[in-house]
Write a protein that binds this ligand. Structure first.
Ligand code: NAD
Ligand code: G6P
Ligand code: MN
Length: 442
C-alpha cells in the first residue's frame, strides 16, 4: 500500500483523537499507509486508543491503526512523527502551577516558573525521541513537534541535536487567526499574517484578508473586545471561560501597546499581577483540563468499551489538528504553505542574534522551513524578546550543564518573577518537586 507511516508520539494525549480526525480529513492529499500511536504510558494510551479506533472505524476504516509502547516498533521506517509528549503528565503541570502561585507568581503551563520547570523536564526525553528517529525511522523522517514548552524544546534541540529533522510549532497564532476570521466574517484560509517574536511571545505586525490589509480594522476591534466577537461565541474553545478570559485580555495589551496585535500569551508577561489575581490555586488550568478535556476522553473510552454510542464530534474542536496536519502535508509534498513556525533566527530578524529561537512566517518545503526576512524590530519589542530569549537560553544551559546558577539566572530574568529572592525560593521548591525529572543542579 502506498503512503506514509505516521506516528503520534504521546498517543495517550487528550488531543490524539482530534488530530486523527484531521489526518483522516486530509488522508487523500497526504497519503497514509498506516497510523501508529506511541507512548510511555501503556494504560493511558490504550484508553485513548479506544476512542481513536472509534474515530477511524467511523470515518476511514481502511487505515490500519497500531498501538505500541515499543520505540523500535513505533519508529521503524516512520516517515512523519507528530510529537505531543507531556513529560510528567498533568499531575506535574498542576504541581508547577500551584508551586508558582504559592509564591505569588504566575502559575502557568508554558510561561514563567511553571514553563521553565516543564522545559527542564522535557529536554532529554525530546533528545531521546530524536535519537529513536535517527536510529529507526526513514532517513528523510520529519518530527513535527507540539510538545511544550515549544520555545525551550526548540532551543534545546537546535543546540543538542542540530541535524535533527524536527520542526517545532504552536497552534496559538492560528487559533488567534481563527478569532480574527470570526471578527472579519471571513474564512481562516483567507487570512495571511506577518508576525515576529518567540513562541508564546510574538506580535502580529500585519494582517491581510484575501490580500486586503485589515490590520487597523482588527486593532480597533481588539482594543475594545480583545479577540472575542459575536461569531466566536459559538466556538468550542471560546465557550471555555478560561480561554474566553484570555482572548479578552488582549484588549488591555493592545490598548497599551498599539503598534502591533499581541499573542494572547503576552498576558502572563505584561500583566502578571492581573493574571495571578485571576488564577485560583484550588482550580488551576491543569485541574480544569483534568476535570474537563481528560475526563471527557476517559469517559468516552469507558462508554465505548461498554458498547455504548458516543458523540465523537466533541473531540473535533479548534484548529489544533488541522494545523499540524497541514504542516506535515506541506513537508511531505513540498507545498510551500506559509505558516508560522519556530526556527533559529539566523538573520531573519535583523537586529536579534542568530541563535535566538524565533517564531516567524516560513514557507514549508520538503527540506523544511524556509523563513521569511522580517527586518529590524523596534527597541521595546527587541528588549522584551532579548530578555525572554536569554531566559530560555539559560534554562537550556542549566539543564545541559546541571548548573544551579544558570537556573537561578533564568528564573531571575523571567518577566513573571519580580525579584531574585522570589526566583530563588520558587526554584528551590521546583527542584524538590522535580526530583527524578530534572538533572541534579550543582
Ligand atoms: P496529555 O498529558 O494528555 O498527553 C501527553 C502524553 O504524552 C501522555 O499520554 C504521556 O504519557 C505522554 N508522554 C509523556 N512523556 C512521554 C515520552 N517521553 N514519550 C512519549 N510519550 C510521552 O497532555 P495534553 O494536554 O494532551 O498535551 C500534549 C502535549 O501537547 C503537551 O506537551 C502540551 O503542552 C502540548 N500542546 C502543545 C501545543 C502547542 O501549541 N505547541 C498545543 C496544544 C498542546
Ligand atoms: C494553546 C497553546 C498550547 C497550550 C494550550 C494549552 O493551544 O498554543 O501551547 O499547550 O493552549 O491549553 P489547555 O487547554 O491545556 O490549557
Ligand atoms: Mn503553543
Amino acid at each position: 500500500m502506498n503512503g506514509y507511516k505516521i506516528v503520534i508520539c504521546g498517543g495517550g494525549s487528550t488531543y490524539t483523537a482530534g488530530i486523527v480526525k484531521d489526518l483522516i480529513d486530509q488522508k487523500d492529499e497526504l497519503g497514509i499507509r498506516e497510523l501508529w500511536l506511541y507512548d510511555i504510558d501503556k494504560e493511558r494510551q490504550d484508553t485513548v486508543a479506544v476512542v481513536v479506533k472509534a474515530v477511524i472505524d467511523d470515518l476511514a476504516p481502511e487505515i490500519p491503526l497500531h498501538v505500541t509502547v515499543d520505540p523500535k516498533e513505533a519508529f521503524t521506517d516512520a516517515n512523519f512523527v507528530m510529537a505531543q509528549m507531556r513529560v510528567g503528565g498533568l499531575k506535574m503541570r498542576i504541581q508547577d502551577e500551584q508551586i508558582s502561585l504559592r509564591h505569588g507568581v504566575v502559575g502557568q503551563e508554558t510561561c514563567g516558573a511553571g514553563g521553565m520547570a516543564y522545559g527542564m523536564r522535557t529536554i532529554f526525553p525530546m533528545c531521546e525521541l530524536v535519537d529513536f528517529c535517527e536510529e529507526y525511522a526513514c532517513k528523510d523522517y520529519w518530527i513535527v513537534n507540539y510538545s511544550n514548552p515549544a520555545a525551550i524544546v526548540a532551543k534545546a534541540m537546535h543546540k543538542l541535536r542540530p541535524n535533527a529533522r524536527i520542526l517545532d510549532i504552536c497552534d496559538m497564532p492560528v487559533e488567534i487567526e481563527a478569532r480574527m476570521a470570526e471578527i472579519l466574517g471571513c474564512e481562516l484560509s483567507d487570512i495571511e499574517v506577518d508576525y515576529f517574536g518567540l513562541n508564546h511571545f510574538g506580535w502580529f505586525t500585519n494582517v491581510r484578508c484575501k490580500g486586503v490589509d485589515v490590520t487597523d480594522k482588527l486593532k480597533e476591534h481588539v482594543r475594545k473586545f480583545g479577540y472575542i466577537s459575536e461569531a466566536s461565541l459559538n466556538d468550542a474553545l471560546v465557550k471555555d471561560p478560561d480561554w474566553a478570559h484570555t482572548f479578552k485580555n488582549a484588549a488591555t495589551i493592545s490598548t497599551l501597546f498599539q503598534d502591533y496585535l499581541p499573542n494572547t500569551y503576552y498576558q502572563y508577561y505584561l500583566l502578571p499581577d492581573a493574571c495571578v489575581e485571576y488564577m485560583d490555586i484550588n482550580n488551576t488550568r491543569g485541574m480544569q483540563v483534568v476535570n474537563g478535556r481528560e475526563k471527557r476522553i476517559f469517559d468516552a473510552s469507558a462508554a465505548l468499551k461498554r458498547g455504548e454510542k458516543v458523540d465523537l464530534t466533541q473531540f473535533y474542536v479548534g484548529v489544533h489538528g488541522r494545523f499540524i496536519v497541514d504542516v506535515v502535508k506541506s513537508l511531505a509534498h513540498d507545498l510551500r504553505h506559509r505558516q508560522l513556525v519556530i526556527v533559529p533566527n539566523n538573520g531573519a530578524i535583523e537586529n536579534l542574534s542568530d541563535d535566538a529561537t524565533v517564531e516567524i512566517p516560513a514557507y514549508i518545503t520538503d527540506r523544511g522551513a524556509e523563513p521569511v526576512r522580517v527586518g529590524k524590530i523596534p527597541r521595546f519589542y527587541k528588549g522584551l524578546i532579548e530578555q525572554q530569549d536569554a531566559c530560555e537560553g539559560l534554562v537550556v544551559e542549566a539543564v545541559i550543564e546541571g548548573s544551579y546558577q544558570k537556573a537561578l539566572e533564568a528564573f531571575t530574568l523571567n518577566r513573571t518573577i519580580p525579584s531574585a529572592r522570589v526566583a530563588k525560593e520558587v526554584l528551590d521548591d521546583m527542584i524538590e518537586a522535580n526530583k527524578g525529572y530534572w538533572p541534579e543542579l550543582k
